[in-house]
Design a binder for this molecule. Structure first.
Ligand SMILES: Cc1cc2nc3c(=O)[nH]c(=O)nc-3n(C[C@H](O)[C@H](O)[C@H](O)COP(=O)(O)OP(=O)(O)OC[C@H]3O[C@@H](n4cnc5c(N)ncnc54)[C@H](O)[C@@H]3O)c2cc1C
Length: 373
């Protein structure tokens, strides 16, 4: 009897930064790779709805995957961007504190950063902050010189180009509905006709917000290996005037997010956000009535903000695997050694700093898929 041959070595589900990075890693390792994406193009979901910040790796618990992958990913991302002409700027960021309690909390943030190997934070007093950013209202701050910004669309285009150079293929308008066992292979069904399916040795589930719902459709995967997803929406308001800042400005972190911060894009445009709103359904609308709330948050570090110049911009949704009031979860990369299915890797909870961490995360997923094979 002749063995059935697969159509591809690896099917990657989802063409966000993580799926594209995993596809590059697998294709450059000589595997044949097919990327399936439900939207009309790559990067239409969380990967294009974020702050585009290259994070230093400051806040995450020591020893966590988030810390490890963020620090490693940051170095890799700067190198990648320089090598592949992806626009970026290492502009640095200031975490600002107001009052004694917040100033004291800065020390905790610095300690955590050091434990993650981020040793370049500089503590600034009120006068030093005034020298750096005169329009800021802050009694103390931490300056992170290794934080930066990147053009996430160009980054994804570069990843896709590399994957395609190594013969990976992207198929869009293709929503995976089922992953069935077929001997030692996996039949990945996309669409409704039995013809709309691909036979692969391995499947990497990088479906972001839908990762748990895709995983639930993998034949033989125990329910204990599929986390419950929680969605935390983050809305942004843009500012219709030049802002008097040249660094990213972050307040103290808040539960569920990093606080309503100021980010600049590469053209120098300013936006504030993201806030945190727990939602049940995926909905990207930005509520214009939040303008005053945003103005109040921003006023804490920039008293001269003109609320009339704030306007609703876009929103992103954090794919969380713990809910409101629960401790933040780590990234979860679940491979054969965890769930017992050869050739299957699921990535869950890839919220921030997933963009920064995307290169090592994709590589780890692409390597894990061969565990036990
Ligand atoms: C508000 C916000 C701000 C953030 N800011 C930053 C930041 O400044 N820096 C940083 O490092 N990180 C940031 N992040 C995190 C970062 O954006 C994400 O970690 C990263 O984009 C996740 O990429 P992904 O590929 O896992 O998901 P996605 O980009 O969502 O990609 C998943 C893809 O899977 C596809 N898909 C889903 N289901 C199916 C299916 N059944 N079949 C086929 N395709 C499917 C989707 O269409 C989508 O294209 C932020 C996140 C949010 C929400």
């Amino acid at each position: 009897m002749t063995a059935i041959e697969p159509d591809f070595d690896v099917v990657v589900i989802g063409a966000g930064v993580i799926g594209l990075s995993a596809a590059v890693a697998a294709a450059e390792a000589g595997r044949s790779v097919l990327i399936l994406e439900r939207n009309a193009d790559f990067g239409q979901e969380t990967s294009s709805r974020n702050s585009e910040v290259i994070h230093a790796g400051i806040y995450y618990p020591a020893g966590s995957l988030k810390a490890e992958m963020c620090v490693a990913g940051r170095h890799r991302l700067y190198e990648f961007a320089a090598r592949h002409n992806v626009p970026f700027r290492q502009c640095g960021k200031l975490i600002v504190a107001n009052g004694d309690a917040q100033s004291a909390a800065l020390a905790g943030i610095e300690q955590r950063a050091c434990a993650n190997g981020v040793n370049d934070l500089q503590f600034l007093g009120q006068s030093e902050i005034a020298g750096l950013e005169p329009a800021l209202n802050a009694t103390a701050g931490l300056f992170s010189p290794s934080t930066g910004i990147i053009d996430s669309h160009s980054y994804m285009m570069a990843l896709l180009g590399l994957a395609e150079n190594s013969c990976a293929q992207l198929v869009t308008h293709c929503e995976v509905s089922e992953i069935r066992r077929e001997g030692r292979l996996w039949r990945v069904v996309a669409g409704h006709s039995p013809d709309d399916s691909i036979l692969a040795r391995a499947v990497i589930n990088c479906a972001g917000l839908m990762a748990a719902s895709v995983a639930a459709r993998i034949e033989g995967l125990g329910a204990t290996h599929v986390p419950h997803m929680h969605y935390a929406k983050g809305a942004y308001f843009a500012y219709g005037a030049t802002v008097p800042f040249s660094h990213l400005i972050y307040p103290m972190p808040e539960p569920g997010g990093l606080g309503t911060h100021l980010t600049l894009d590469l053209a120098g445009r300013a936006r504030f956000g993201p806030d945190v709103t727990w939602i049940d359904d995926l909905d990207y609308a930005v509520d214009p009535s939040k303008k005053e709330q945003f103005a109040a948050s921003v006023r804490q570090f920039w008293p001269d903000v003109d609320a009339e110049r704030l306007y609703p911009d876009y929103a992103g949704i954090r794919p969380k695997i713990t809910g409101p009031g629960e401790p933040a979860a780590d990234f979860q990369i679940s491979g054969p050694d965890d769930h017992g299915l050869q050739g299957i890797v699921n990535l869950f909870g890839i919220e921030s700093p997933g963009l920064t961490a995307s290169l090592p995360l994709g590589e780890r997923a692409a390597a894990l898929v061969w565990q036990g094979v």
